[in-house]
Design a protein around this ligand. Structure first.
Ligand SMILES: [Zn+2]
Length: 361
């Protein structure tokens, strides 16, 4: 208790009262005793794992993924099914039915669902609960309520890259500021500002990851896919020429293997000469992008999305290219592959409601 009081800068009696209320609400419980350091043995407190559950739904052009989590913010259950997106009532009705089926017959879980976070590959105006634009889902200015019409829990829409970046943050509690570069069928990203907890001027807890996200004035922050790396180059879907998206999206690789990215990496591993050449060019373009981000933000860069999930064995090659461009430190270790490869956006979306619950206590 004295440790908690000191960490939170609160008086002992206040902490005692709060802990009492949390125990009565079954949010925390006793988890044994620490070894005595002289006086009475200190009691350990832990969050009650099942105080609340939350669901994350990841909607993509062709699939729906679902994740169930609890206070531990880990994946308890994950399912992904093929379901092409169509913006019609029937789709959203089936989404509600799929969620009900996913949660099963366990009434105690359903009773404790804090909410359902829905990750979409879209620009999301969170305050107005609207999708302003989605290339992948072919949407323009859509009311977010249509997504939650058949879901009997509180819902929130979240940009997929922001949600995935949150997952990366909870996978590494020591993570400082970070740029998440999402390399999927389109290129996007997220900007996370966090202070080094070891720094003397660091303030506040590190767990409010959503508050650490820089969204921008028009929710366009992190749209790294539309930075121009080759002026006058390939035409991007946005109409500009030379955008990162036209060089670094997963489609740029998958188009060489009938649209299957896994096949690209399988053949690359088998040293297919044609694909090795494609890959060399891809790495060069990715290195330019990564270096530009480093120059802007001076923080770690995490590669996520479909390509980020497969790039692990080739990170040294990328780091070498990045290192050559780094005029300040002369090393490229600041860029790495994501730790969470499956269901990253779905878990991040679910965590939204767990964090909300924690913050509401
Ligand atoms: Zn573009």
């Amino acid at each position: 208790m004295p440790d908690i009081a000191a960490a939170l800068d609160m008086s002992g009696p206040t902490v005692l009262q709060i802990v009492k209320e949390l125990r009565e609400a079954r949010v925390v419980c006793e988890a044994g005793e620490f070894e005595s350091t002289g006086g009475r043995k200190a009691r350990a407190l832990a969050a009650v794992r099942d105080a609340r559950y939350a669901v994350g739904i990841e909607i993509t052009r062709h699939h729906i993924g679902m994740v169930l989590t609890d206070m531990t913010e880990t994946v308890l259950k994950y399912e992904r099914t093929r379901k092409p997106f169509v913006c019609e009532d029937e789709y959203f009705k089936q989404l509600g039915e799929a969620l009900d089926e996913f949660l099963g017959d366990d009434g105690t879980v359903k009773e404790k669902i804090a909410g359902v976070g829905i990750s979409v590959p879209s620009i999301v105006d969170g305050a107005a609960n609207r999708i302003t634009y989605s290339r992948a889902l072919n949407l323009y200015d859509i009311d977010g309520d249509v997504f939650s019409r058949y879901i009997p829990y509180p819902c929130v829409l979240l940009n997929d890259a922001n949600a995935a970046a949150v997952t990366e943050c909870i996978a590494d509690s020591q993570l400082e500021s970070m740029i998440y570069l999402s390399l999927s069928n389109t290129v996007g990203g997220a900007v996370v500002f966090r202070q080094d907890p070891a720094r003397e001027d660091a303030s506040g807890p590190l767990n409010s990851v959503f508050e650490n996200m820089y969204i921008g004035k028009h929710w366009h922050s992190g749209e790294f896919g539309h930075m121009v790396i080759h002026p006058g180059g390939k035409t991007c879907y946005c109409g500009k020429k030379g955008c990162v998206d036209a060089y670094c999206s997963a489609l740029c690789l998958a188009e060489h293997t009938d649209g299957y990215l896994e096949r690209f990496f399988d053949r690359l591993e088998d040293e297919d000469a044609e694909l090795m050449e494609v890959w060399e060019t891809y790495l060069d373009d990715l290195a330019i992008t990564v270096d530009n981000l480093r120059m802007c933000f001076d923080c770690d860069i995490v590669l996520g999305g479909y390509v980020g999930s497969c790039i692990g064995p080739y990170m040294k090659e990328l780091q070498k290219r990045v290192e050559e461009k780094n005029i300040f430190e002369g090393n490229g270790e600041y860029v790495r592959a994501c730790k969470y490869q499956k269901a990253a956006s779905a878990l991040g979306a679910a965590v939204y409601y767990i964090e909300n619950f924690i913050n509401s206590i």
